[in-house]
Design a protein around this ligand. Structure first.
Ligand code: ADP
Ligand code: MG
Length: 368
C-alpha cells in the first residue's frame, strides 16, 4: 500500500520519547511504542496521563524533548506537520461554517492544486465512506452533531492518508450515537486498512475498537496488549483496576514456586495465585480477581481456593446477581452470580464458601 513502508519495520515508532512542557516535569517519560501498518492502536488512560501529548508529537504540533519518532522507517522529528501526510480528527471538529460539506472537504485538496474533477471524485468517495454521500451541498449548521463528526472523519480520509490520528473524537456525542460511531470508525478502518492511533479515556470505547491498547498512567505505558489480554492478564494493579471490574485484596507472599505463589491474606486465610508481579517471600502483594470468576458454594473444591465470605447485598440484575460480600479482608468483594437454573439462593447476612481457580487470581504489585 505504501511506498513509505519499509519491509519489516514498524510503520510508527516512538523510540525513547520524552516530553516536558516546562523543562522540569516529564509528562511523557520514556515512550517506546511500535505500531505495524494497518493496526488500530488506542492510547487509553486517565485525564492528564499524556495521551494527547503523544498524539501531538506524532502529528508534529509538539516537539519531543528527547528521543525520536519514526514514520515508515524515517525519522520525522524535523518534518513539519503538513508534510507528514497524517489525517486528524479531534473532539472539536471545527468545520468551516460558511462552506458546504463538499467545500469543507475539497478545500484542503484545492489548496494543494488538485484538479476540480479529481477533487470531486475524492470528496464523493470520502463522504460515501461515512454514509453522507447525499449531504455534499448541506451547510454544517444543517447537520446534527453526529453528522458533523462524520464530516470531520471524511475530511481526515479525503487525503487518503496512511495514518489517521483521532483524539477523543466522539466525546461530544451522546451515548447511543457514540456507540454507533465506534462501529462505523472500526469498519472504515477495516475496509481501508489504514493505520489508526486513537486516544480516549473511555475503556469500553477502547475495548470495542482496538487491535491493541496502550494503557497510560502518569506519562508511562503500563501495558500494551490486545483488549482480551488487558482484561484477562493485567500486568500490574493499575491495569487490573482501570480495565473492567476487579476485586483486590492484600496479603503477604509466603512462598513462590513454578509461576505460582502462596499468599497469607490480611484476613488470615492462605490462598494460591499466579505470581505475576511479586517480590520474594515476606513481600506484600495485591491479588486481582474478576467478579465473574468466583463461585459461591462450589460443587467441587478441586484445584480451587476456598474461603468464607458473608453476603452483604444481593442485587438482581436480570442476567446475573451482583453480590457484594465481606471476604478476604474486603467489605466490597463483588461476585457476579450468573442467573442460571439452580444457582445458590443468595441470602443477605449468610456466610458461604467462595471459590476460584488459582490461575484466575493474579498476584500483582502491592497498591499502597
Ligand atoms: P491526556 O490527553 O492524557 O489527558 P495531556 O497529554 O493533555 O494528557 O497532558 C499531560 C500533561 O501535560 C498534563 O499534566 C497537562 O496539564 C500537561 N500539558 C498538556 N498540554 C500542555 C501545554 N500545552 N503546556 C503545558 N502543559 C501541558
Ligand atoms: Mg487528551
Amino acid at each position: 500500500m505504501s511506498d513509505k513502508a519499509i519491509e519489516g519495520q514498524p510503520f510508527v515508532r516512538f523510540d525513547k520519547v520524552q516530553k516536558s512542557y516546562d523543562g522540569e516535569i516529564l509528562v511523557v517519560k520514556n515512550l517506546n511504542l511500535d505500531i505495524p501498518q494497518g493496526e488500530f492502536v488506542t492510547m487509553l488512560g486517565p485525564s492528564g496521563s499524556g495521551k494527547t501529548t503523544c498524539l501531538m508529537m506524532l502529528a508534529g504540533f509538539e516537539p519531543a524533548t528527547h528521543g525520536e519518532i519514526f514514520l515508515g522507517g524515517q525519522p520525522i522529528n524535523n518534518v513539519p506537520p503538513h508534510k507528514r501526510g497524517i489525517g486528524m480528527v479531534f473532539q472539536n471538529y471545527a468545520l468551516f461554517p460558511h462552506m458546504s460539506v463538499g467545500e469543507n472537504l475539497a478545500f484542503p485538496l484545492e489548496v494543494r492544486g488538485m484538479s476540480k474533477d479529481e477533487c470531486a471524485t475524492k470528496v464523493q468517495r470520502a463522504l460515501d465512506m461515512v454514509e453522507l454521500g447525499a449531504f455534499s451541498n448541506r451547510m454544517p449548521a444543517q447537520l446534527s452533531g453526529g453528522q458533523q463528526q462524520r464530516v470531520a472523519v471524511a475530511r481526515a480520509l479525503v487525503f487518503e492518508p496512511e495514518l489517521i490520528l483521532m483524539d477523543e473524537p466522539l466525546g461530544a456525542l451522546d451515548k447511543q450515537l457514540r456507540e454507533q460511531m465506534q462501529y462505523e470508525i472500526k469498519h472504515i478502518h477495516e475496509n481501508l486498512g489504514v493505520t489508526v492511533v486513537y486516544v480516549t479515556h473511555d475503556q469500553s470505547e477502547a475495548l470495542t475498537m482496538s487491535d491493541r491498547i496502550a494503557v497510560f498512567n502518569d506519562g508511562v505505558v503500563q501495558q500494551l496488549s490486545s483488549p482480551s489480554d488487558l482484561y484477562e492478564r493485567p500486568d500490574n494493579s493499575f491495569v487490573a483496576q482501570f480495565i473492567g471490574e476487579n476485586n483486590r485484596f492484600d496479603g503477604k507472599v509466603t512462598s513462590v514456586s513454578r509461576g505460582n505463589c502462596k499468599v497469607k491474606l490480611d484476613s488470615g486465610e492462605t490462598v494460591e495465585a499466579a505470581a505475576i508481579n511479586v517480590g520474594g517471600k515476606g513481600e506484600r502483594t495485591t491479588l486481582s480477581l474478576r467478579p465473574e470468576r468466583i463461585e459461591i458454594n462450589p460443587k467441587s473444591k478441586a484445584g480451587r481456593n476456598v474461603i468464607k465470605g458473608k453476603i452483604e447485598e444481593a442485587i438482581y440484575l436480570g442476567d446475573h446477581i451482583r453480590t457484594r460480600m465481606t471476604a478476604g479482608g474486603s467489605s466490597d468483594f463483588i461476585v457476579k452470580v450468573p442467573n442460571t437454573a439452580g444457582h445458590t439462593p443468595l441470602e443477605e447476612g449468610k456466610t458461604v464458601n467462595i471459590a476460584w481457580l488459582t490461575e484466575d487470581c493474579r498476584a500483582l504489585d502491592p497498591i499502597v
